[in-house]
Each structure stands twice: as structure tokens, then as C-alpha cells.
Design a protein around this ligand. Structure first.
Ligand SMILES: Nc1ncnc2c1ncn2[C@@H]1O[C@H](COP(=O)(O)OP(=O)(O)OP(=O)(O)O)[C@@H](O)[C@H]1O
Length: 269
């Protein structure tokens, strides 16, 4: 891989005596969308937290643009990496607008006033995420989907080189799911951002990721293009459930179908 922005070597993480994953090697480049897949508890969020420097791994190393992540000053890390977690701490004092302005902090420092450029970035995001009408409301007053949009918009306000999104489509209706998938693609392919996101919807991953990394049973099981990773033997072993693969009708991409036991009941009309 040429000039990776992110290099992970032999990474291992545990909580107490419980190992979450180990011997994890992975690289990512500018301008790519990398989806992290894996069953509940596989360690996807833990890995994202390590990359956001919120959690120190017990083993291995992470390099950002060739520098060991833990040797870079926190402010410089915050200028380059933005993390949108599954849930933001709800601070009832802060409005949606203030939350987004907070995203500009790494670029201006705590005590410096907002510049016109900071405000313009926040205004554009309020419009883009259809949040302008909620600008003076607190997060606690918003629905789950609206809160997700605020969390993602705040991360974008940081204008990072690497964007980490933990389940960005959770709680979103179809329109916003599609919008997030499109946004992720635009950020990577037009603006050159490296986007790493966790997803539970394997088909969304197939449709929006350039590469997929499959984490299960404490190890990275496979990394590669959707067609290389979304294979029945790999998915069935990772998720421990029988599936069937089909091809998307309009794109040359694999889709994963569940096979529930369904009883056909004839209801009277
Ligand atoms: N702070 C913590 N203390 C102890 N154990 C933790 C902590 N955070 C996570 N774990 C455990 O580590 C494992 C990995 O959790 P993690 O949240 O990283 O998985 P995940 O793949 O993101 O799961 P999900 O898909 O359910 O969100 C889980 O078994 C979880 O219970």
C-alpha cells in the first residue's frame, strides 16, 4: 500500500484479563473508505477508540502519517483525527450550534474567539445535516437520529485527515442512511479523507466501502475489497449464522441475505 496515513502493527487490546483482540495488522490510506465489520463484542469500537487515542493498547503500535500516534501532541492529533462515537455525552448546557463550534476547538485553541471561517464551516454543516432549525436546542431535546447527525457534523467541523465513525447509520432512517453513505464516499473520494467506520449492516458496507476489515474471535479474519471479504465461508464463521450471498442488481457487489425460518401463513384477504 503506497503512503498509508495509518499503519497498525501487532495491536493487542484487553480489559483486565479479557483479551478483545491481538496481533492486529492493518493499514489505511488517504481517500479510502474502510469499513470495520464483526459481531457484537468483537472489538470494533475498542479499535476505533485506540485510533482516536482515547484508549492505550497494551500491545503493538499505531503510526499516523509515519509518526507513532502516542508521540504526537494531543492538539495535533485532534487537528488530524476526528472521532464520532456511538453516543455523545449529553451536556444539557450546550446547544446544537455550540456542539458544532466545539468541533473547531483543535484549530483555534480554547481562549481564542471564533473566526468568520469557523462560523462559516459550522453554518454549512448545520445546513448540510438539516440541523439549522435545531441550532438553539440541546442534544437531550433531539431524537436519536438527530443526535447522530449532530455527532457526525461535530466530527466534520474538525476537518480531519482521518475520520472515525462508530456506527454512523444507526438510528437513521433510509434517507439519512443513504446520505451518510454518500457523504462518506464524497469525503474520501473528493476530499481525500481517510474514513474508517464500523457498521452492522454488511450490505451498507458492501455499497459504501472500498475495503472491509472483518474482526471476529479476537483476530482480524480478512481485509480486502467487499467481494473478497463478503464471502459466505468468512461471514458464517465470523457471525456464526448461515447466510446466502447474492449480487446487487445494479452494481457488481455482493449482498448478504439472512435465511430465517419462516412459516408462510395464508391470511384471509
Ligand atoms: N470499558 C470496558 N471495560 C471492560 N470491558 C469492556 C469495556 N468496553 C468494552 N468492553 C468489552 O470489550 C469487548 C469489545 O467491545 P467493543 O465495544 O469494542 O465491541 P464492538 O465490536 O464495538 O461491539 P458492538 O458491535 O456490540 O458495538 C466486549 O466484550 C465488551 O464487553
Amino acid at each position: 500500500m503506497s503512503n498509508p496515513i495509518l499503519t497498525i502493527k501487532q495491536l493487542g487490546c484487553r480489559y483486565g484479563s479479557r483479551t478483545v483482540f491481538e496481533q492486529l495488522d492493518l493499514q489505511a490510506t488517504k481517500g479510502e473508505v474502510l469499513a470495520l465489520l464483526g459481531p457484537n463484542g468483537a472489538g470494533k469500537s475498542t479499535l476505533l477508540r485506540c485510533l482516536a487515542r482515547l484508549q492505550r493498547p497494551q500491545q503493538g503500535q499505531i503510526w499516523l502519517d509515519g509518526q507513532p500516534l502516542w508521540h504526537i501532541k494531543p492538539r495535533l492529533v485532534a487537528q488530524q483525527i476526528a472521532f464520532a462515537p456511538q453516543q455523545a455525552g449529553l451536556n444539557p448546557e450546550l446547544t446544537v450550534e455550540q456542539m458544532l463550534l466545539l468541533g473547531r476547538t483543535p484549530h483555534r485553541g480554547w481562549l481564542l474567539p471564533m473566526t468568520k471561517a469557523d462560523r462559516a464551516i459550522v453554518e454549512e454543516l448545520l445546513e448540510r445535516f438539516n440541523l439549522a432549525k435545531y441550532r438553539r436546542q440541546s442534544l437531550a431535546e433531539l431524537s436519536g437520529g438527530e443526535q447522530r447527525r449532530v455527532i457526525i457534523a461535530r466530527a466534520l467541523a474538525q476537518q480531519p485527515k482521518m475520520l472515525l465513525l462508530d456506527e454512523p447509520t444507526a438510528h437513521l432512517d433510509l434517507k439519512y442512511q443513504l446520505e451518510i453513505m454518500q457523504l462518506v464516499s464524497d469525503l474520501a473520494h473528493n476530499d481525500g479523507v481517510c474514513v474508517i467506520l464500523t457498521l452492522h449492516d454488511l450490505n451498507q458496507a458492501s455499497l459504501c466501502a472500498d475495503r472491509i476489515a472483518l474482526l471476529a474471535h479476537g483476530r482480524l479474519q480478512a481485509v480486502g475489497a467487499p467481494s473478497a471479504v463478503l464471502r459466505s465461508e468468512l461471514i458464517e464463521a465470523a457471525y456464526e449464522v448461515p447466510i446466502q450471498m447474492i449480487e446487487h442488481p445494479n452494481h457488481n457487489l455482493p449482498l448478504v441475505m439472512l435465511q430465517p425460518q419462516r412459516k408462510e401463513v395464508a391470511w384471509p384477504n
